[in-house]
Design a binder for this molecule. Structure first.
Ligand code: DGL
Length: 268
């Protein structure tokens, strides 16, 4: 397959959350065209079975590949945790996923190699972060915690709400007790809770935002493959969703930190 630098980067997620990755990409790589796919009709994935997630992931990857993306980015931690290999097996273009990016960044940030990971139940049960971190450093000690309530709280916009703070205190207590010095925000939604989580975790714990790590890794890969878009025209951004786009648009603007246009509904 011939890859051209003007071709877009394909980014996908179970819904709106992957826009945290798009935001980081827009900031880091301001001339890249981006196609984003958010499966808003079937979100959340974080509580679904591995088989179901693999099936949805295949459909989405094929959709983006038909639109000639030069690179696929799995922005959803849950999809990356249980079906990254499915995407790699079917894709003729390079595939990046947030878990590998987050794992490497966590190891670079940690001096004690005591690392905490928080994510959806499916991500945590898969132990994908544990495997990715141990692949690079066998003596790392990992403490994981599923935080099922964070996704709905973020979608509700309760980024600083007392309920969210109490929930975070509850979830983080056992992680902090393990004396981790680094905490991986292993879910698309968690970067929006960064100030609150930092406050609850305390200043001695470095938070790893996998969206930023992903943007760095993408920049690095594009340089390696000489696939940076050299055009200095304003890039094109298109957003594909599977449900009526109203909610995606409203919440999406919060995730993206700017207004959102070119939203298209995909009917499957
Ligand atoms: N995008 C998912 C993740 O990063 C969170 C939302 C969901 O459960 O689908 O794990």
């Amino acid at each position: 397959m011939h890859l051209s630098p003007e071709n877009p980067i394909g980014v996908f997620d179970s819904g709106v959350g992957g826009l945290t990755v798009v935001r980081a990409l827009m900031e880091r790589l301001p001339f890249e065209n981006i196609l984003y796919f958010g499966d808003t009709a079937r979100v959340p994935y974080g509580v679904k079975s591995v088989e179901t997630i693999a099936h949805y992931t295949t459909q989405i990857s094929q959709f983006l590949l038909e639109r000639r993306v030069k690179l696929l980015i799995i922005a959803c931690n849950t999809m990356a945790a249980v079906s990254a290999q499915v995407v790699r097996d079917l894709s003729p273009v390079p595939v990046l996923d947030v878990i590998e990016a987050g794992a490497i960044t966590a190891l670079n940030a940690s001096s004690t190699k005591r690392i905490g990971v928080i994510g959806t139940p499916t991500t945590i049960n898969s132990n994908a972060y544990g495997r990715a971190i141990h692949h690079h450093s066998q003596d790392a000690r990992i403490t994981s915690q599923a935080c099922a309530l964070f996704v709905p709280l973020v979608e509700e916009g309760w980024l600083e709400h007392p309920v969210t703070r109490l929930t975070a205190q509850e979830y983080l207590r056992p992680v902090v007790a393990e004396k981790v010095d680094t905490l991986v925000l292993g879910c698309t939604h968690y970067p929006l809770l960064k100030p609150l989580l930092q406050d609850v975790a305390g200043p001695g714990i470095a938070l790893v935002d996998s969206a930023e790590a992903m943007a760095d890794q993408t920049a690095h890969l594009l340089s390696e493959l000489t696939l940076h878009n050299v055009s200095r025209l304003a890039p094109e951004y298109h957003f594909f969703v599977t449900d009526v786009p109203l909610r995606f648009q409203t919440i999406g603007e919060r995730f993206l930190g700017r207004s959102l246009s070119n939203v298209h509904v995909v009917k499957w």
